[in-house]
Design a protein around this ligand. Structure first.
Ligand SMILES: [Fe+2]
Length: 253
């Protein structure tokens, strides 16, 4: 899609978080599915998508930055052949663990586009000291941690608010998921998502698209965000902010 073309919902966005690469994690299973997801994303207004497969976990140990880059190059060729005009980039969604720093030192730090921004996540039910250590290490090395979908974390509600506030005070950025704003999502997730969005605490929003069937609830969430939030803020969160990050530009420029 060129800059002047309008998507079916009249929206354009740049997606910093997706599991588009085929067969490397719990996202798209096959190349055909990746192409179908990319085609649908373009129809919904996606102009560029960063492939952020899970990295840093034993389960996805094969997802090294080199392998991800190679897989993106392969998919890029297929998209071109299929006539799907979606720019795709390589990165990763780093799962915090006790051995995060060791992983970064071995494999390097996956960043988004030309920026120093690193997408991190955790599904732990308790926040570990080692996660703080990894975040401190990233800051010391000049990186900007971006916490994926804080609203979906499994941290108990009593600890969740204080933890997110503490991370924000340390300088960690927050990335909300489109789906967290959809009616079908868990009430607790929707509540947290709207709480963070209304207080202007998200730096960006992203799809975190997995399989093809995961697109519809994400499109619904994005549509709901557009209904309830004014256009300049939606644009900043889904288009201009993510685009600036990929270009390595300051967000407040
Ligand atoms: Fe993800």
């Amino acid at each position: 899609m060129s800059e002047n073309e309008v998507s079916e919902n009249g929206l354009a966005y740049v997606d910093l978080h997706s599991h588009l690469l085929p067969g490397v994690d719990d996202g798209c299973a096959t190349l055909e599915e990746s192409v179908a997801v990319a085609r649908r994303a373009v129809e919904l207004g996606c102009r560029a998508m960063v492939c952020t497969p899970h990295v840093g976990t034993d389960r996805y140990a094969a997802n090294t930055p080199e392998e991800i880059e190679r897989a993106v190059e392969r998919l890029r060729d297929y998209l071109r052949e299929a006539g799907v005009r979606l720019e795709i980039l390589a990165s990763g969604e780093f799962r915090l663990s006790e051995r995060s720093i060791e992983w970064f030192e071995t494999h390097g730090v996956p960043t988004l586009g030309r920026s120093n921004v690193v997408l991190i996540d955790t599904w732990a039910q308790a926040w570990e000291q080692e996660y703080d250590d990894a975040i401190e290490w990233l800051f010391e090395q000049g990186y900007q941690p971006l916490l994926a979908h804080p609203e979906r974390m499994l941290i108990a509600t009593e600890q969740w608010s204080g933890l997110i506030e503490r991370l924000e005070q340390r300088g960690v950025w927050l990335q909300g998921n489109f789906k967290s704003f959809a009616q079908i999502d868990a009430a607790r997730v929707q509540e947290r998502a709207w709480q963070l969005l209304s207080a202007n605490r998200y730096t960006v929003l992203a799809s975190d698209t997995h399989a093809f069937q995961s697109i519809a609830p994400r499109a619904e969430g994005l549509a709901t965000i557009r209904q309830r939030l004014d256009s300049p803020n939606v644009e900043r969160l889904v288009l201009t902010g993510p685009d600036r990050i990929l270009r390595g530009e300051a967000l407040n420029a």
